[in-house]
Ligand binder design. Structure first.
Ligand code: BG6
Ligand code: MG
Length: 219
């Protein structure tokens, strides 16, 4: 194992909840039913992909211009929700997990399809804890496609088979496995059944990794 590639939203910070609130408002504005269960399908999915899934439940079709306007309005709302973020918004165990990787000599990457990822990392004060952060704007195919994890591995100079991916979304776990990496799910085993192992949060990351190192993790 030579590198760990983290997702951001829902793994390092609870922005997954802010995405939920912003999509919920947009869905309500279009009279589309929206709840936590439906939101689970949107986790890890990029902005336009998420919008398409929501509008599939609408009673009419939308022009490309309308879709862009709706995506922009969701993003504007999301940005107001994350405007006050600070290091206090780091999830428990996140900094310890990143620092543990660095102390072990592992490369640390970030693979988030969010175009707001750089802003969120800055607000959290953890930008310098990553050796490489994928720019979502340069990714052609979002999760569950493996492109973003393969890009991170390539930029870190590590073979995908020597990488561990860490994800809270089913689509993200699918992407990690399609990239040929070992997948750690963060959340519920029932949702993240494709992961090689699941932990409730990053507070359990160090123990999990130490166990994997002893037993020899393999994707
Ligand atoms: C992912 C989130 O990390 O980023 C999704 O899990 C979100 O919920 C996606 O839609 C895109 O984010 P953004 O900030 O580019 O709209
Ligand atoms: Mg996520």
């Amino acid at each position: 194992m030579k590198a760990v590639i983290f997702d951001l939203d829902g793994v390092i910070t609870d922005t997954a909840h802010y995405h939920f609130l912003a999509w919920q408002k947009l869905a309500q504005s279009q009279d589309v039913h929206f709840d936590e269960a439906f939101n689970e399908n949107l986790k890890g999915i990029d902005r336009m992909g998420s919008l398409e899934l929501i509008l599939a439940g609408a009673s009419r079709s939308y022009s490309d211009a309308e879709k862009l306007a709706l995506a922009d309005s969701k993003n504007a709302h999301y940005k107001t929700l994350i405007a006050e973020m600070s290091p206090a918004d780091l999830l428990p165990g996140a900094v310890a997990a990143l620092d543990w990787c660095r102390a072990q000599g592992l490369k640390v990457g970030l693979a988030s399809v969010s175009k707001n990822a750089f802003t969120v990392l800055e607000s959290l004060g953890i930008t310098d804890k990553f050796d490489y952060v994928v720019d979502a704007a340069t990714i052609a195919r979002g999760k569950p496609d493996p492109e973003i994890f393969l890009r991170a591995a390539s930029e870190l100079g590590v073979d995908p088979a020597d990488c561990v991916g860490v994800e809270d979304a089913a689509a993200g776990v699918t992407a990690i496995k399609a990239a040929g990496m070992f997948a750690i799910g963060v959340g519920q085993p029932a949702t993240l059944w494709q992961a090689d192992t699941v932990i409730p949060g990053l507070e359990q990351f160090k123990n999990m990794m130490e166990t994997l190192c002893k037993t020899g993790a393999s994707s």
